[in-house]
Design a protein around this ligand. Structure first.
Ligand SMILES: [Fe+2]
Ligand SMILES: [Fe+2]
Length: 272
């Protein structure tokens, strides 16, 4: 099936009166992160240098991520014609440097790399589902619907390759679970916080990780509902090699949903 293009988005249905300014901020940030998919594609090309099938799928994947960035940037520009994507992206790409050129995954093994890729797609698929449900503007809802469907497909793509690599590289259950957890915790590193800063606050002084991570997390976590978290936990547990539908998974989902709401509420009270 052919992938969608920007022409498939019903831009003429855009309704400025339904734009939520807080959602607009995170959409601008997301457009930068997605657009950086090309750099990640180059990194994966080196890590999987002798795997032609994966490399081809990887390039298609990177192209789709860049398109997500373009769709979100175009919507952000409709909502705020002053949004300067190019200079925001230049600042972002200058700060967030990927280890392009390395021959070995930063996760140690290719299976580890694929576990980390799965976790990222768990995050994006649940995020765009939650964002689309929270948004009222019809064009953004449609963009989020299409992106979320892509992200779930990306998860399946990496998971399929992960299964093949696990048969060759025996990374062990603990290592696999720790890799998943490690990538999950990295979501609080600079990438998202800096994207939020570069897209929204680059004229307001220097970047501070703590401050902009708080601002980003407050908004992003605030969109999640229990069902979004439950689904994300099932997918993450599966990628981590743990029983996805057991008691532990249900407990974790409840705990994660509670922690995310608590944190978003606390940061909102602090004015993040
Ligand atoms: Fe994406
Ligand atoms: Fe993706």
């Amino acid at each position: 099936m052919a992938h969608w293009t920007l022409d498939d988005i019903p831009w003429e249905r855009f309704d400025a009166s339904l734009v939520d300014p807080e959602i607009l901020k995170v959409v601008k940030a997301a457009s930068l992160v997605e657009h950086n998919g090309e750099a990640y594609g180059r990194y994966l090309e080196h890590v999987f240098a002798d795997d032609a099938a994966f490399k081809e799928a990887g390039w298609r994947w990177a192209g789709e991520e860049v398109q997500h960035g373009k769709a979100l940037a175009r919507w952000a520009k409709l909502a705020d014609p002053a949004f300067d994507f190019d200079s925001a992206f230049a600042l972002f790409a200058d700060k967030i440097k990927l280890p392009i050129g390395v021959r070995r995954s930063v996760r140690g093994t290719r299976a580890g790399e694929l576990v980390a890729r799965c976790i990222v797609e768990v995050g994006t698929s649940s995020y765009y589902t939650a964002l689309g449900a929270a948004a009222r503007e019809p064009v953004l809802r449609e963009i989020c619907r299409r992106i979320a469907a892509d992200e779930i497909r990306h998860y399946r793509l990496f998971y399929t390759h992960l299964e093949a690599y696990l048969a060759r590289e025996r990374i062990g259950r603990t290592r696999r679970a720790l890799t998943a957890l490690g990538r999950l915790l990295e979501s609080e590193d600079d990438e998202l916080a800096f994207a939020y800063y570069a897209a929204n606050h680059r004229d307001d002084g220097a970047y501070e990780r703590k401050r902009y991570n708080a601002a980003y997390v407050r908004r992003a976590y605030g969109f999640y509902r229990r069902g979004h978290v439950e689904r994300a936990v099932v997918m993450a547990m599966k990628a981590a090699g743990l029983e996805p539908r057991g008691r532990m998974s249900r407990l974790l989902a409840r705990l994660a949903a509670w922690l995310m709401t608590m944190r978003a509420d606390r940061l909102a009270r602090q004015g993040a």
